[in-house]
Write a protein that binds this ligand. Structure first.
Ligand SMILES: [Zn+2]
Length: 52
């Protein structure tokens, strides 16, 4: 099974799927809706899921 998580952008509130490898990474996520860059801990919400 693969693990992913949904992140909610703190700027536009849009949701998008992110690879699990980035869950505890210091690198920034890029919102596909508004191109805002933010750290995982800055997300408005996180929804952790298992796939498969
Ligand atoms: Zn956004």
């Amino acid at each position: 099974m693969n693990r992913i998580f949904w992140a909610t952008c703190p700027k536009c509130g849009g949701n998008f799927v992110v690879a699990w490898e980035l869950r505890h990474s210091k690198s920034r996520l890029v919102c596909p809706h508004c191109q805002w860059r933010f750290r995982v801990e800055e997300a408005r919400a996180l929804d952790e899921r298992w796939l498969g």
